[in-house]
Structure formats: C-alpha cells, structure tokens
Design a protein around this ligand. Structure first.
Ligand SMILES: [Zn+2]
Length: 98
C-alpha cells in the first residue's frame, strides 16, 4: 500500500510537449496551495516552483480549472510514470520511472 503523501500519474503527450505535470484534484490537499512557492527536487536539480491554475476549461461540465506544475526545460517523457512525494518542510520530490 502506498503512503498517502505519494502521488503517481502517467505522463501524457501534452505534459511532455509543453513541459509540465498535471496536478490531479486528489493531490491538491497534499501539496502546497496553488501560487505558493515551494522547492521541487528533480533528480539532482532543485528548483523553486509553484502550482499554477489554468484558465476556465470546458473539457467537461461544469466549467472548471486545471492545475499544473510547470517543468520548463525539464520536460517529462510521455509514458513514464511520475512519482511526486512530499518530504519534510513542504519540499516535494519528483521521480520518473519507465
Ligand atoms: Zn478541463
């Protein structure tokens, strides 16, 4: 069984192309609030980032927003599984596995 502070999703084409990680709705309570800067460790790099909110979206009803973590210049690879883990002090670690 997974610890509750571990979040996983498979990287999609849009995330790979545009360089971001979708934040699933169920993850929001576990992560720093949208707009709040936090430290994200990816491999050997640590960057300061934040969850950003999309504009209104109508991919399904009712109208809603999506959340994402931008990963500019660190585009994830489509088909890999991203694991997001909240460690102490609100720091977040991102790992990939094929
Ligand atoms: Zn949508």
């Amino acid at each position: 069984m997974q610890a509750t502070n571990i979040m996983q999703r498979k990287i999609g084409a849009e995330e790979a192309d545009d360089g971001f990680l979708f934040v699933e709705k169920a993850w929001l309570p576990k992560l720093p609030s949208p707009g709040t800067p936090f430290q994200l460790t990816v491999g050997k790099s640590t960057l300061k980032t934040k969850i950003v909110e999309s504009g209104p979206c109508q991919c399904r009803q009712p109208e809603h927003v999506h959340y994402r973590i931008p990963l500019p210049l660190m585009n994830p690879v489509e088909g890999q599984t991203a694991t997001l883990r909240v460690v102490k002090d609100g720091k977040v670690v991102l790992d990939y596995a094929s």
